[in-house]
Design a protein around this ligand. Structure first.
Ligand SMILES: [Zn+2]
Length: 280
């Protein structure tokens, strides 16, 4: 009998052996029925307490695979470009059971991006919250990599409300410069950007939703998403990226990597001239 190899085992685990200049740690295992999955954390091997640290997370929603592939592609091939000035914490796949099932939720039916900061016992959320608390570190920037499905229906929205172009949320809370516009403008000509005046009720300016000013969505205002949690406790500059799942995987991963590289280039230049990275 042939054993079915899960998508996580096929698409995530083999990449880990290709990593150089990183360490991989399992911060938790989650069990559903007789299956279990690791929650993985990849870190720069070269680590200094005072260096600016960037946090990248993917796959919080299991049916948004480009974030997982972009996070892995980043550590496999793009990270070294920034290693001289920055260090990285990468959670490549925070909802591995949903990734395997191709569902937004975990196999227990939880939408992880509505459970942060409320004392949830959900194991994936606990793993991340406990890890962050133990590390007790501020991150120069954080990036949560998501996607938008054309057929998503929920929380009062219908299929017509789902953007068909890329966009991002930028949350600035401590006077950091806004760079979302530069990230959108760096996309190749012809790559569609959502230009609607609002996205899920939030104010959208040609692909950039600027928080907290642009926030009109009452569910996001509850602050239970990972980016809101990170903004409250661990960073002054939090991003969430969105690409439409109907595009080719290549274009989606390329879009997410383009956003990342612009933001990291900005932070690396600032670190190289001894800018705000030396803040506590
Ligand atoms: Zn999502």
């Amino acid at each position: 009998m042939t054993k079915v190899v899960s998508r996580f085992a096929r698409e995530v685990e083999p990449k880990l052996s290709q990593l150089k200049g990183c360490s991989v740690e399992q911060i938790a295992r989650v069990d559903y029925g007789d299956e279990n999955w690791p929650i993985l954390c990849i870190r720069s091997a070269c680590w200094e307490a005072a260096r600016p640290t960037m946090l990248i997370s993917g796959g919080l929603h299991g049916d948004e695979p480009a974030g997982v592939h972009a996070a892995l592609a980043f550590v496999v091939s793009a990270q070294r470009e920034f290693d001289a000035d920055l260090q990285f914490v990468v959670f490549p796949c925070l909802n591995p059971s949903g990734f395997d099932a191709g569902t937004l939720q975990t196999q227990s039916g939880a939408n992880l991006n509505r459970l942060f900061g409320i004392g949830s016992a959900q194991p994936e959320v606990r793993a991340v919250e406990d890890w962050l608390r133990t590390q007790a570190r501020r991150y120069r920037m954080t990036f949560d990599l998501h996607e938008v499905r054309p057929d998503y229906v929920g929380e009062g929205f219908t299929e017509q409300n789902n953007p068909r172009g890329a966009y991002l949320y930028e949350t600035v809370s401590d006077g950091s410069d806004r760079i979302g516009r530069l990230m959108i403008d760096a996309l190749p000509a012809g790559r569609p950007v959502c230009d609607w005046p609002t996205i899920y009720n939030d104010i959208n300016e040609a692909g950039v939703v600027s928080y907290p000013q642009g926030r009109r969505n009452e569910i996001y205002a509850q602050g239970t998403s990972l980016d809101a949690f990170l903004d409250r406790h661990y960073t002054g500059h939090a991003f969430t990226f969105e690409t439409p799942t109907e595009w080719s995987l290549n274009d989606r991963v390329d879009t997410q990597l383009t956003f990342l590289k612009v933001a990291l280039g900005h932070a690396a230049r600032e670190a190289a001239v001894g800018g705000r990275s030396f803040r506590p």
